[in-house]
Each structure stands twice: as structure tokens, then as C-alpha cells.
Design a protein around this ligand. Structure first.
Ligand code: ZN
Length: 240
């Protein structure tokens, strides 16, 4: 089965050796995954970002990736764009087997200038809706969004024992990895958010009913939900 559930935090070894100065307390926050959008990782009132492809995936793949990323800016209330160019803030690799991941928002500035800030492990996926889901989900991370399924009310619905088995089978994850990626809840106090968690968000994993305590799945989506779009419009309203 082709899955989009393998999106994970990027490895910390990709950071610059000497990170930019951080405000007191920011270091601790920056270490974990945070759902919604963490305070301080937004790019500004607009996110007009340059995208550099570190490998050449071919003109067709480039066009597909840029189109899906720019779908976030399709709503006139959303001041977001992604343009290909050299020296981009967003640097995309296509390493097969490395999974799908992205830095969260402006934390990409802490990554070494020649290293990827995003990996797309999508070669060979024939489903256009799954490719759209993966690319828009990772672009959502670029904009500062994090995993919606990790907000406390949704984590509370997941059975840990069954989840650890499920993600070991699905992604080969260790217990520690599943605890890090799925079972560690996010405090609303750390986030900008628009209310309770959105189980239909493109930023939620698909969590099957077989591992939830009430037997109901968390569906996620292959398109941004209406709340996703409204929230990104709030993050990036453009200059007044
Ligand atoms: Zn993700």
C-alpha cells in the first residue's frame, strides 16, 4: 500500500553547526514536533518563498511539485507563493527511501545552506491524489504547520500499544520513533491555532480505527480542509 503516513521530523544533523541566536526558551520548543503552528516560525505576513531543487527530478516532476505547493496560495486571502530559483529558502531533495519530511516554517533558516530542508520520496507513486497530499502536506510544514493528529484530544484517542505495532508494520518505526512522531501530544499553549484539533486536516496522519480507543479513524485528507485554508490565511494575510 502506498502511504503518506511516513512523513516525519527531519534529522537534526542537517542543521548549521552554529545556529542563529535564539530567544530564551526557544531552544526547547524547537526540538519537538508541534501541531498547529508553533509561535515564531512564520515567515512574515506573506510567505513568498524561493524553491531550489537539489537534484533534477525532470521538468514534469518540478512542475507538479510547484503546482501542488502553490495550491496553498490559490485562495485570494492566502499570501503564499513558491517560485523556483537558485539559493532558495526551501531546498528539496528526492532521496528514495528517506521518507517525506520538511523543516517547520522559518526553522529552515537553521539548515546548512547546501542541505535539503525537505525530502520528497514520491518517485514511482502513481496516485495523483497521494502525490498531491504528500507535497501539500510538506509545503504545509514549510509554512509553519505541524502535525494535527498530535494535538492532545486526538492523541488521547490513539491506543499506544496498537499504534506502536501499526507503525512498526507500516513504516518500520521503533517504539521510540512512534512515540515521538505520533504519541507525544502538543500543548495548545505552544501553538497558534484556530480552536480544537481538525481531524480532517491535510496535516493529520491517517489513523485507522483499528488503533483508536473508540474504533473511529482519524481520516486526514488528500486536500487541505476549509479550516486549513482559513488558518493559513490567518498566518499569511499579506501586507496591509
Ligand atoms: Zn508531516
Amino acid at each position: 500500500m502506498t502511504t503518506f503516513d511516513s512523513c516525519r521530523l527531519p534529522p537534526s544533523r542537517r542543521m548549521k553547526p552554529v545556529p542563529a541566536a535564539k530567544a530564551p526558551g526557544e531552544q526547547a520548543k524547537s526540538k519537538g514536533t508541534r501541531a498547529g503552528s508553533p509561535q515564531g516560525v512564520q515567515w512574515g505576513k506573506s510567505a513568498n518563498l524561493m524553491v531550489t531543487f537539489l537534484e533534477d527530478p525532470g521538468a514534469s516532476m518540478k512542475a507538479t511539485v510547484l503546482a501542488h505547493m502553490n495550491a496553498w496560495g490559490a485562495d485570494p486571502k492566502v499570501a503564499v507563493s513558491f517560485t523556483e530559483g537558485a539559493g532558495g529558502q526551501i531546498r528539496i531533495s528526492f532521496v528514495a527511501g528517506d521518507g517525506n519530511w520538511s523543516e517547520i516554517g522559518s526553522r529552515a533558516k537553521n539548515v546548512a545552506d547546501d542541505a535539503a530542508t525537505m525530502n520528497l520520496d514520491i518517485d514511482g507513486i502513481s496516485s495523483t491524489s497521494i502525490v498531491r497530499r504528500i507535497v501539500m502536506h510538506e509545503a504545509g510544514h514549510c509554512l509553519g504547520l505541524v502535525h494535527e493528529h498530535m494535538r492532545q484530544p486526538l492523541v488521547d484517542k490513539i491506543d499506544p500499544v496498537r499504534a506502536i505495532q501499526h507503525f512498526a508494520n507500516l513504516n518500520g518505526w521503533s517504539e521510540a520513533e512512534t512515540r515521538r512522531q505520533v504519541l507525544t501530544p502538543i500543548a495548545d499553549a505552544d501553538l497558534l491555532h484556530d480552536g480544537g484539533p481538525d481531524p480532517d486536516s491535510i496535516m493529520a496522519y491517517f489513523i485507522p480505527g483499528s488503533i483508536t480507543t473508540d474504533g473511529q479513524p482519524i481520516l486526514g485528507s488528500t486536500r487541505p480542509s476549509a479550516r486549513d485554508i482559513a488558518f493559513v490565511a490567518r498566518l499569511y494575510p499579506g501586507e496591509p
